[in-house]
Design a protein around this ligand. Structure first.
Ligand code: AMP
Length: 416
């Protein structure tokens, strides 16, 4: 083995894995496309400032997980750690606020976070994401949640659970944060040092803490859901009614905190009990303040992202359909390579899945290889430029005029 390896926390997608990933992409395209979401692709790196402003200075992502570099011209760039801020940047840059609202976009892209790698957590990973920008209505939130539920079902994610909450508006959160800070300061004895160190910066993260003592203390903490302004409470109630009507099961979790700062009102997360410690499959919420934070007009938005690798892990092993081969072109000793090459090429142009012998095997080895590939027919080019067509299923072999090879296979008929 070479001493060169893929960087820690990254992986190669080999052909054996590609089938399931392609099928997942196809599900996303079908489900999101049918609901009017258009595909978007943004650059792999962006100005660091976009994420500092868009994701939030206090978040783990901005504080310690970004791959940031100088672009050679003194500008600070960052490999995208998430997709919402770039999509909102593109929305503003291309004047999409002038289009009929909401603008619905989806993506399947790779993202980069300098996290400690483990099963289901990588430094480069892929997400499917969907964003609906320009609509504040609760139907948008409910639609997005249902679309993600549909995607998880189509992909075959097992034992999935949906947790749902509302964070209210920025103003409610500010007031609530003060109340929570007072509570945390009054209960420092029962909190981990890490939580104490974050009381000023991000007190909500105390609900996320892993240690038992903090968790017990937080049971008596004030809950944001109880502090929502009436219009936010009504918005949330309507989201829930729509999900109830659609028959989607969820758990209310008033301690649900998303890792990113920009959320307001609805937040949600799908987890899978089929996964280990990294159980989050996908999540998102409403980010009504984000576009303004990026320098645009006040614009509501809502969206989610789901990890491709996590979805596939949670779906378990499912055999991907093998790629079949219609025609394998074999070359007998002293057979014409030129004729073989032309036949394989013509067959592909005619829409057949065709492969040519490329490794210099003997004829016996070629037939074995064709069998391994699952080829329906093998055309053997002999030293007289004749073509013998072998039906691999029936075992028959007959000489066929060169011009008749492709039509014979297209008809799918047995060689007479
Ligand atoms: P987030 O953007 O943090 O809300 O993450 C959304 C989803 O992306 C998660 O539920 C995971 O499925 C996936 N995800 C996030 N971070 C990683 C990572 N480091 N490795 C693999 N998947 C991830």
């Amino acid at each position: 083995m070479s001493s060169l390896q893929a960087p820690r926390g990254t992986f190669d997608v080999l052909p054996a894995d590609a089938g399931r990933r392609t099928a997942l992409e196809e599900h996303a395209r079908r489900i999101l496309g049918a609901a009017g979401y258009g595909r978007i692709e943004t650059p792999t790196f962006e100005a660091t400032d976009l994420f500092a402003r868009g994701v939030g200075e206090a978040t783990d992502i901005v504080q310690k997980e970004m791959y940031t570099f100088d672009d050679g011209g003194g500008r600070s760039m960052t490999l995208r750690p998430e997709g919402t801020a770039p999509v909102c940047r593109a929305y503003l840059e291309h004047g999409m606020h002038k289009q009929p609202q909401p603008v619905k976009l989806w993506y399947l892209s790779s993202f980069f976070r300098a996290e400690a790698p483990q099963r289901g957590r990588y430094r480069q990973f892929w997400q499917v994401g969907a964003e609906a920008i320009g609509s504040a209505g609760p139907e948008t939130d409910a639609e997005l949640i249902l679309l993600l539920a549909d995607l998880l079902q189509a992909v075959g994610v097992r034992q999935s659970r949906l947790r749902l909450s509302s964070l209210g508006t920025a103003a409610t959160r500010r007031e609530y944060r003060e109340e929570l800070r007072s509570f945390l300061r009054a209960h420092e004895d029962g909190l981990s040092p890490e939580v104490i160190s974050r009381i000023d910066l991000n007190p909500m993260r105390a609900f996320d803490a892993g240690d038992r003592r903090t968790q017990e203390t937080m049971r008596d903490a004030p809950i944001l859901l109880d502090r929502l302004a009436p219009e936010d409470a009504e918005h949330f109630a309507e989201v829930r009614r729509l999900l109830d009507d659609a028959g989607l099961v969820y758990e209310l979790d008033p301690t649900l905190v998303r890792g990113l700062d920009y959320y307001a009102r609805t937040v949600f997360e799908f987890t899978s009990d089929a996964l280990g410690a990294q159980s989050g499959v996908g999540g998102g919420g409403r980010y009504d303040g984000l576009i303004e934070q990026l320098g645009g007009p006040a614009t509501p938005g809502c969206g989610w992202a789901a990890g491709v690798e996590r979805m596939l892990l949670a779906a378990g092993e499912q055999p991907a359909a093998a790629e079949l081969v219609d025609l394998f072109v074999a070359i007998a000793p002293n057979g014409s390579h030129q004729t073989a090459f032309k036949l394989a090429n013509d067959a592909r142009r005619a829409g057949l899945r065709a492969q040519l012998e490329l490794a210099g095997r003997g004829l016996k080895g070629q037939l074995k290889h064709a069998d391994r590939l699952g080829a329906r027919y093998v055309a053997i080019i002999d030293d007289q430029m004749r073509i013998n067509l072998k039906d691999m299923e029936a075992g028959d072999q007959t000489e066929v005029e060169p011009a008749a090879v492709i039509p014979t296979i297209l008809r799918g008929s047995r060689v007479a």
